[in-house]
Each structure stands twice: as C-alpha cells, then as structure tokens.
Write a protein that binds this ligand. Structure first.
Ligand code: KG4
Ligand code: ZN
Length: 337
C-alpha cells in the first residue's frame, strides 16, 4: 500500500467527537479528541444541533493542539460523509479554510473508510496482512461485513437490517439505567454478571451475513418490564453483551467459511469491547488467520483514522475542490457490488 509522502492533517466531526490529527501514512504524530459525551448524557443520546455548536467551540483549539508538536502537514483530509450534516459542516468548513490559506490538497473521507483503515495504524508496510481481508465494522451507526479482494475496492457482504451493534449496546444501557454512551457502561457492569442468567435472542439465522438487533432490544425491554426492581443489572448487562457478541461472532465465522479470507480486521467503536475482542481473537486463532484490531482509542471516533484513509486516497491521486459537500449517507470510495 502506498501513502501520501507528506504529513496529512485530518479532521473528524461526524458525530459527537471533535478530533484533529497529524499522520504520515500509518504513523500517528498526534490525535486529539474532544468528546461531547458528557453534554449529550443529559438527553440520553446525541442532539444534532447541540453537537454542531459544540464542534464550533472545540474545532480551533483541537486543531491547534494537534499541530503543536507534529511535523508540518502538506495536505488536509476531512470526514465529509456519512454523519450528522450540521456536525460534518463544521469540520469541512475548517478544512476548506485551511486548504485555501495554505494551498494544500484537500480530500473528503468516508467515515467508514476511516474506521476500516484504522486497522493499519502503526503498521510498517511489510507487515500488511494478505488479501482477501474480511473486516467487521461495528460502531454506533454501522454494522458491516466488508470484504477486500483488492486494496481500495471494498465490497459490503453483510449489514444490519435495523439497529447497529453500538445502538444495541446504547439502547440496552438506557433500558438498564446505565446512561450514555452505553457500550462501555454495559462492559463494566457485565464484569460482575452471569451471561447465562437471562435468555436473550441472537441475530437471525436465515439471513446469511446480515445482522438484526431490534429483536434483542424488544426482548431487553420485556425483561426489564418483567423483572422490575428484582432485575440484576450486572446479569442483564452480561446477558445482553453475550447476545451481541454471539451474533457478531457467528456471522463473522459464517463469512470466513464462505469467503476464505487471508486476514481479518475488527474496527469501529464497538471493537473497543473486551469481550468481543477476545472472542474474535479466539476465532481467528482457531482458523490460523491474522486479526488486526486497533488499540481502543483508535476504535472510537478519532481523526487519525481519517488521516490514514485520506493519505491513502491522496496517494491514489484523489483530490476534492472547494465544492466538497457533506452528506448523511454515501457509498464507500471504490466500492464494488
Ligand atoms: O465508532 P464510534 O465512536 O462512533 C460511530 O461511528 O458511531 O462508535 C460509538 C459506539 C457507541 O455505540 C458506543 O456505545 C460503542 O461504540 N462503544 C462500545 C464500547 N466503547 C464504545 N460498545 C461496547 N463496548 C465498549 N467498550
Ligand atoms: Zn465512527
């Protein structure tokens, strides 16, 4: 894989993290993340208008800090899709202003491409694992199985039909009174819990590589209603986590059997989950396949992953001009059907 020969300044503002980073290929010089989680906690989820305003306050201090001790950049990458359009606009406007002032090349990055490329953080080019590569992307907005037969040409072979894996954690945590964001809270509560205590449904068997978590959400609601104040929150958290991990791992394994990849990757905010990490590590070693999982701080939203993805696209010759727009959705660059 080839990357842009100069350091790339990257910006990520697609949801509730304001982040800026400087990277050179897969090497990270700085990666500053200002989280708004505390603010959104009050409402139990992200409020788009409030998120956009918070990005306006945070963006320049975060950019300044990211550039402080890093080598001078020669290009700028920014998340422009998919995400909350107001939130994305703050990052894209800042990136355009800098590209204009400095004369740097500009590249808009797909948020999911950033998560996918986070698997390569810190890797030397001779350590890149083989193709085809099967990646599981699990975040607050996405649950996708992505196959790369060729670098830069992703194929989505499975996705969620309803809620994303992170939403399943967040909604479950809300029902159990554990607050927002729920993934880490469920993980912490589950440590003291019995995952076999409450029976909760797994993803649909008939849907080969697609996921579904809405049944789990309904079942958790029923459980909370049925048990009332008798409910053991640690046991419920452990049971919920086990149901999500089982569903993800079963589909991942089915896709390994079908597509026979040479390497595996686990990325996205939910990849920070320790139970999921160890389950997939176990699965990978059973198959004798290398599994890339970024360190936890690169699983949740950050600009370093956007920089790595942007650096790769810039090296391919991709550029955007000042007409670069934001979008709440959009296909991955190079995506094949
Ligand atoms: O990638 P990310 O930061 O943002 C999106 O692109 O959506 O993912 C956020 C999601 C949230 O749903 C959060 O609850 C989940 O990742 N998450 C976790 C953990 N840490 C974050 N889920 C399970 N276990 C964790 N330790
Ligand atoms: Zn994300």
């Amino acid at each position: 894989m080839r990357f842009f020969p100069e350091p790339v300044l990257a910006i990520e503002t697609s949801c509730d993290e304001t982040s800026a980073a400087v990277v050179l290929g897969t090497q990270i010089f700085s990666n500053i993340v200002a989280s708004q989680a505390e603010m959104h906690q009050r409402w139990g989820g992200v409020v788009p208008e409030a998120a956009a305003r918070a990005h306006i306050h945070a963006i320049l201090p975060v950019l300044r800090e990211a550039m402080q001790d890093a080598p001078p950049p020669g290009a700028i990458a920014v998340t422009n899709r998919p995400g909350l359009v107001g939130a994305l606009s703050v990052g894209v406007s800042a990136a355009k202003a800098m590209a204009f002032a400095k004369g740097w090349p500009l590249i808009g990055v797909h948020h999911l491409d950033g998560h996918l490329m986070s698997a390569f953080a810190g890797l030397e080019s001779d350590a890149f694992p083989g193709l085809p590569r099967l990646s599981l992307v699990v975040s607050g907005g996405h649950t996708e199985l992505v196959l790369h037969r060729e670098e830069g040409k992703p194929q989505i072979i499975g996705e969620t039909l309803d809620d994303a894996a992170g939403e399943a954690f967040d909604k479950g945590a809300r029902l159990l009174g554990l607050g927002y964001p729920g993934g880490r809270a469920i993980q912490d509560a589950a440590i003291a819990g019995d995952p076999g205590r409450y029976a909760l449904p797994r993803s649909l068997k008939k849907e080969a590589f697609n996921f579904s978590f809405s049944g789990l959400k309904t079942a958790t609601l029923r459980l909370v209603e049925r048990e009332g104040s008798k409910i053991s929150v640690p046991d419920a958290a452990a049971s919920l986590q086990a149901a999500i991990v089982d569903s993800l791992s079963a589909k991942f394994e089915a896709a390994i059997d079908e597509f026979r990849p040479a390497s595996l990757a686990l990325v996205g905010g939910v990849a920070a989950n320790t139970a999921l990490r160890s389950r997939l590590q176990h699965l990978a070693s059973e198959y004798g396949l290398p599994l890339l999982i970024p360190p936890t701080e690169l699983c949740t939203d950050n600009a370093a992953m956007i920089g790595i993805a942007g650096s790769y696209r810039l090296a391919l010759g991709d550029r955007d001009d000042f007409s670069l727009d934001v979008a709440s959705n959009g296909r991955l660059p190079g995506q094949v059907d």
